[in-house]
Write a protein that binds this ligand. Structure first.
Ligand code: PGA
Length: 244
């Protein structure tokens, strides 16, 4: 089942997303949270940190699993996803660091890195809730448009569109890593609940395609139509083509 919630703007989206995660952690303190990077969830993390600081939220028993990481980047690189998570969440709340998992970008043996991450995912179990953004090309995690839906963690070559979208975070385009490790579509689909966050008009077209177009690996997010519990929170811009 898919539920689509329309909120006014990015601030409301961030609050609503944080409230959904807070409800999850409050009702099940040892939840496994599937977490995401990118610009969309930044406000959600800010709200979660505030709730923690005011004593309303306790992360001490929570496990987190991240979707993806650039191959070749580790926590020393300010563009790595492990760095992002440290900055936005891990260092600001009382998570047990031994229970925060991100694919190891510093492991250059792709097969080994992916196998080890799959082992971790198998151990901690499916996420109770998986936060997702959507890329301009319909990717989720770094599952780019492809000929099939990959099940497990794998190494992907980033699409030109993704490189262009992400170059704003790097000094120059040539510094954007060309490969990343990402949780597979299968692992994402095993999450009990999916929380898809989408903000801004430039995502309106791809969001409509993903939610209402044909289910195809050419639009990886379209697989979510087959998930049993998807919560979409979109702002007016992102839902423009759906609500009109
Ligand atoms: P964004 O990325 O939140 O930075 O737009 C979303 C994504 O690529 O999944």
């Amino acid at each position: 089942m898919m539920r689509i919630y329309c909120v006014k703007d990015y601030d409301e989206l961030s609050r609503a997303a944080a409230n959904r995660i807070a409800a999850q952690v409050t009702l099940k303190p040892d939840s496994v949270l599937g977490v995401a990077t990118g610009s969309t969830p930044v406000g959600m993390y800010e709200n979660l940190v505030r709730m923690y600081e005011s004593g309303d939220l306790d992360f001490s028993e929570v496990t987190t699993v991240n979707l993806d990481e650039y191959k070749g980047l580790g926590k020393e690189s300010s563009q790595s996803y492990v760095y992002y998570m440290e900055e936005k969440l891990f260092s600001k709340v009382n998570l047990n660091r031994e229970r925060t998992f991100v694919p190891d970008g510093t492991e250059l043996d792709s097969e080994k890195a992916c196998r080890e991450y799959d082992e971790i995912l198998a151990q901690v179990g499916p996420a109770d809730i998986q936060v997702l953004g959507i890329g301009h090309d319909g990717h989720i995690g770094f599952n780019e448009p492809a000929d099939y839906f990959p099940d497990g963690t794998h190494c992907v070559a980033l699409d030109e569109m993704t490189i262009q979208a992400n170059k704003r975070f790097f000094e120059s385009e040539k510094d954007v890593p060309r490969e990343s490790y990402t949780m597979g579509i299968g692992a994402i689909m095993r999450a009990k609940t999916i929380l898809l966050l989408v903000s801004g008009e430039e995502k309106a077209g791809i969001l409509k395609k993903a939610l209402f177009g044909p289910v195809t690996p050419r639009v990886p997010a379209s697989i979510l139509q087959f998930h049993q519990d998807v919560v979409v929170i979109g702002d007016e811009g992102a839902l423009k083509e759906i609500t009109e």
